[in-house]
Design a protein around this ligand. Structure first.
Ligand code: BES
Ligand code: ZN
Ligand code: ZN
Length: 462
């Protein structure tokens, strides 16, 4: 799908369908006033706030696709809603472009191509240069989100730690971002015992992916994005039961977001220093697997008693968080499909965030609203720290008594033990790993919270 610009509605090409918003409750592909139109009903115009606006934009695209419309003309000036009056037209145009672009995406590269429902082109009716620029910007952002979703959705048999590293290189091709890949030997040299422990059960060797983008003076502290890169999470010897293993090829979604956020920052030439760190492993049962009871020595020097091999994300991230220290970072954000417990706590409509810093908490909530990628805080109180003191090691990777209560918090407080040397935000994105029906997005990865993180980088670049 691409955007083109036309000055007015007159002389629309024959094969272009014009979108008309109407107050009636209809959705109809019809001929009106001699023009082929898609009539899209918005009953309660007065109630369209920003949250509803995101969904409305996506819904329009879904309807157009279901009507097998290939070319759609849209006039942004018709998108006037009283509750959005405070939004400047450029921001609104960018939102439209982003939402149209992500709504058009489908993960169908493994299907015998049915192009039937592809919306090929949107004609934006405007003569305003600023609006055009905003559409172009929104398109680039939306496209990057779609690349991220494509990567996250790709099956575990196709994305291994090695091929994930290759994908990171491809994502940054032609940009100023520099990709470095550590192999198992280097990971060993660095003493990343937690990453090595998790990866041992798989035939696939681990990788540690680093992307650096220096968009301003190299002496300025960077932001580090650490993304969980478990290319498939079977649970390991504590193997996942029943169908809860389904979807676990998406357990590298946090890594995909980190990779594509930095790729986007470099494409957009943001004046910011940013680094992505992605520990990439496959968590498998096997004769050489790490076992419950094993004690791993992390890069930090802290030892970790493994009480459950399925709590692997926090292990690999602990080494990434320690490695992040080397950058003397301004801020570290980790992004991870870390716990089912976060989904239990919040449902599937918001990612959980954890931070000790109230200002960062407020900032992330605000950016989440702006991006349409919602986040909600959970506590990181000191009291929780005693739960993960190891019986026989410095730490245990789950509650030392085996309790499952508050699992998202226990995971976060574990990560915090490795993130005390810099400002830090943890995003447990498990709730938003895949879309729900009411998102009006394709099945599979949402690409969240890429837009939130990009907004964060924009903010720091000013
Ligand atoms: N990758 C999973 C978490 C997950 C579950 C993400 C469902 C998305 C959807 C993680 O590695 C995991 O298995 N966590 C366990 C932790 C438990 C063993 C303490 C969980 O959430 O059950
Ligand atoms: Zn797991
Ligand atoms: Zn996992």
């Amino acid at each position: 799908m691409k955007f083109s610009f036309i000055p007015n509605e007159k002389n629309l090409n024959k094969d272009v369908v014009l979108l008309e918003l109407t107050p009636e409750s209809i959705c109809k592909h019809t001929i009106k006033d001699n023009i082929e139109k898609l009539l899209f009903g918005i009953e309660k115009k007065d109630e369209i706030n920003q949250r509803k606006f995101f969904v409305l934009c996506r819904k329009i695209i879904q309807v157009a696709k279901s009507q097998k419309i290939k070319r759609l003309a849209i006039n942004p000036e018709y998108f006037n809603f009283p509750k959005l009056d405070n939004l400047d037209p450029k921001t609104k145009a960018q939102i439209m472009a982003e939402q149209f672009t992500i709504a058009e995406f489908e993960f169908n590269k493994f299907k015998k191509q049915s192009k039937e429902k592809t919306l090929e082109e949107i004609f934006v009716i405007t003569e305003n240069l600023e609006i055009k620029k905003s559409f172009e910007r929104g398109y680039i952002i939306g496209k990057e989100v779609n690349l991220c979703r494509d990567l996250a959705n790709t099956p575990g048999g196709d994305i291994t730690p090695k091929s994930l590293a290759q994908k990171a290189i491809e994502a940054c091709k032609g940009t100023e971002a520099k990709v470095t890949i550590f192999d198992e030997k280097k990971i060993k040299e660095l003493g990343m015992g937690a990453i090595l422990g998790v990866s041992r059960g798989s035939h696939e060797k681990p990788r540690f992916i680093i992307i650096e983008y220096w968009g301003r003076n190299k002496n300025d502290k960077p932001i580090v994005l650490a993304g969980k890169g478990v290319t498939f999470d079977s649970g390991g010897l504590n193997i996942k039961p029943g169908d809860s293993m389904n979807g676990m090829h998406l357990d590298m979604s946090g890594g995909a977001v980190a990779i594509h956020t930095v790729a986007l920052a470099s494409k957009m030439k943001l004046k910011i220093n940013v680094v992505a760190l992605v520990p990439a492993v496959e968590n498998m049962p096997g004769g050489n697997s790490y076992r419950p009871g094993d004690i791993l020595k992390s890069m930090s020097g802290k030892t970790i008693e493994v009480l459950n091999t399925d709590a692997e994300g926090r292990l690999i991230l602990s080494d990434a968080l320690t490695y992040a220290e080397k950058y003397n970072p301004e801020l570290v954000v980790d992004i991870a499909t870390l716990t089912g417990a976060a989904v239990v706590a919040l449902g599937e409509r918001a990612s959980a965030i954890f931070t000790k810093d109230k200002e960062l908490e407020d900032l992330f909530r605000e950016l989440g609203e702006e991006a349409g990628e919602y986040v909600w805080p959970l506590p990181l109180w000191e009291e929780y720290e005693e739960d993960i003191k190891g019986n026989f090691a410095d730490l245990s990777n789950i509650h030392k008594s085996g309790s499952r209560w508050g699992g998202a918090i226990e995971a976060a407080i574990f990560l915090y033990q490795f993130a005390k040397k810099y400002p830090w935000v943890h995003i447990d994105m498990a709730p938003r790993m895949i879309s729900i029906k009411s998102d009006y997005l394709a099945q599979g990865s949402t690409g969240e919270p890429l837009k939130l993180l990009f907004k964060l980088l924009e903010k720091y670049s000013k």
